[in-house]
Design a protein around this ligand. Structure first.
Ligand code: 5AD
Ligand code: SF4
Length: 502
């Protein structure tokens, strides 16, 4: 991320009569300047500012990518709105399960009608789904009104691609199979002023047999720790108090670096950043979660008491077919160790039901793990066949009705255990980062990632306050702010000052 002032100074030195530089990020700065000229001319023609809308599907990685895309759009002169009737709409797609793909096709049908009424409208598709050749073929054939398609490896080229799109009448397609390039120092927009995702690595090398991610996000590559720390320091200087370190498998961070460094070491470096209050990370693969990491978490003052530890299945036989590289017993041992070392931790997980060949007995093994680990929450998915993955060719004799019955059985247990865990902190006082306000009703998050609703002043959004948890309601608490009047006044003043500086 680059500061606006720095970027403006660089842009002033760029002469658009010169050829575009070949090195990055200078090449993109050149195209940002060029795109500004184009968008300014288009706005003058229309007599108003061009508008843009971004629709994001899928995980936090995609949400983070969308912030980068929005950063470019705002920088080159678009006004962002939340309405697909905008002059430019981008769909940042997900393909982890087929229903995500179907939703995108549904949106495209809808936006086609809008484009018929406003032919100047630009429709942009990007993200994981675009890395699949069959998807590109389908779009070319059935959705030829789309103006620009790019994938996951070249989103940093967005300004350059926008220039190409406004200079062409036909569909622009730019998909890369893979990359080892990480381009730093481009503008980005943030959804929240007080918390932010930070990419620490891209791609995945695990090849779980059901998963399309390694095919669409490419090989694992870690960002340089210095760039990560610099980004977080800049975020903190802008008022961010909580960061979420993002990667498909954060536990294998650092393996591809010239000077290898492990995730636990990176966390210790991030912990040192003054002014940063909370550190989260996502996602951990159980096979790579080290004792060192557990110890670093245990003694940390900033790392949140939450660990998302995808189980996928509790059956060792299915785990083997999934290529997860741990057994039921190894997973349980790890979960017990974490609970023993960090008793106040909240554990959440992902589970797939209906993997090829999974029987009711396998699902019983999964239910057994859920009961033993007592997850605070679990995201359960019905297996979705992804073409090109090893699991797609595995025979699946289990009927849809059976899979649905297995899924419902698991869900009942998941809800019951989560509810039992949910009430465990009632009566205690904990710090809460206030995230949203609706009049005098505030919503914040515990270190454990659980939501808390309580009464308070909207000025407290972005602040960490102490809240007494008075009632548990499944996945959230009601609470009462625990603060003496003079402390509250102090916090309100701090928050006003922050806003004025911002
Ligand atoms: N079908 C169903 N769920 C899947 N996931 C990944 N691939 C598939 C698939 N083919 C789930 C896994 C993963 C989460 C992000 O999505 O549980 O952890
Ligand atoms: Fe997919 Fe497995 Fe990689 Fe997670 S670790 S992104 S489930 S291949």
């Amino acid at each position: 991320m680059i500061k606006n002032k720095e970027l403006e100074m660089i842009l002033e030195t760029i002469d658009l009569r010169d050829d575009a530089p070949t090195d990055e990020p200078m090449r993109q700065y050149y195209f940002i300047k060029k795109a500004r000229e184009i968008i300014c001319a288009e706005s003058e023609k229309l007599g108003r500012c061009l508008t843009a809308d971004g629709e994001t599907f899928g995980c936090q990685m995609n949400a983070k990518d969308s912030e980068k895309l929005i950063g470019i759009l705002e920088n080159i002169g678009f006004e962002m709105i939340e309405d697909e009737s905008a002059d430019l709409v981008f769909y940042n797609t997900c393909t982890v399960r087929d229903n995500a793909n179907q939703r995108v096709y549904g949106r495209l049908g809808f936006v086609n009608n809008m484009k018929k009424k406003n032919p100047q409208k630009k429709v942009v598709l990007c993200g994981c789904m675009m890395q699949e050749p069959s998807v590109i073929e389908k779009i070319q054939k059935s959705y030829s009104f789309v103006d620009l398609i790019f994938g996951t490896h070249n989103i940093y080229k967005f300004a350059e691609l926008i220039v190409a799109m406004y200079s062409s009448d036909s569909m622009i397609i730019d998909i890369w199979e893979d990359t080892n390039q990480i381009v730093e120092d481009l503008p980005a927009q943030r959804k929240y002023a007080f918390k932010s995702g930070v990419n620490i690595m891209y791609g995945c090398n695990n090849f779980c047999s059901y998963c399309i991610v390694p095919y669409v996000r490419g090989r694992e590559r870690s960002r340089n720790p210095k760039d990560i720390i610099r980004e977080i320091e800049k975020l903190v200087s802008e008022g961010v108090v909580e960061v979420m370190l993002l990667g498909q498998n954060v536990n294998s961070y650092g393996k591809t670096l010239e000077e290898p460094m492990c995730f636990a070491q990176l966390l210790q470096e991030v912990e040192k950043i003054e002014g940063l209050e909370r550190i989260r990370f996502m996602t951990s693969h159980p096979k790579d979660l080290s004792d060192e990491l557990i110890q670093v978490m245990k003694y940390s003052k900033k790392i949140c008491r939450h660990l998302h530890l995808p189980l996928q299945s509790g059956s060792t036989r299915i785990l083997k077919a999934m290529n997860r590289r741990y057994t039921k017993e190894q997973y349980l041992e790890l979960a017990y160790k974490i609970r023993r070392e960090i008793p106040d931790i909240s554990l959440t997980t992902d589970i797939i039901v209906g993997f090829p060949g999974e029987t009711a007995a396998d699902v019983e093994e999964t239910i057994d793990v859920v009961q033993k680990v007592q997850y605070d929450n679990a995201f359960t998915f019905i297996y979705s066949k992804r073409t090109g993955t090893p699991a797609a060719t595995m025979p699946n004799p289990t009927s849809e009705e059976e899979i649905k019955a297995n899924f419902d059985r698991l869900l009942t247990v998941v809800h019951k255990t989560a509810e039992e865990r949910g009430g465990r902190m009632v009566g205690e006082t904990h710090s809460v980062l206030v995230e949203e306000s609706d009049g005098s009703k505030l919503t914040g998050r515990l270190s454990q990632n659980t939501l808390v609703h309580f009464e308070g002043d909207a000025c407290l959004v972005g602040q960490i306050v102490d809240v007494k948890l008075t009632e548990a309601h499944g996945f959230y608490y009601f609470g009462k702010i625990n603060m003496q009047e003079h402390c509250l006044q102090e916090l309100l003043q701090k928050s006003m000052k922050k806003k004025l500086i911002g």
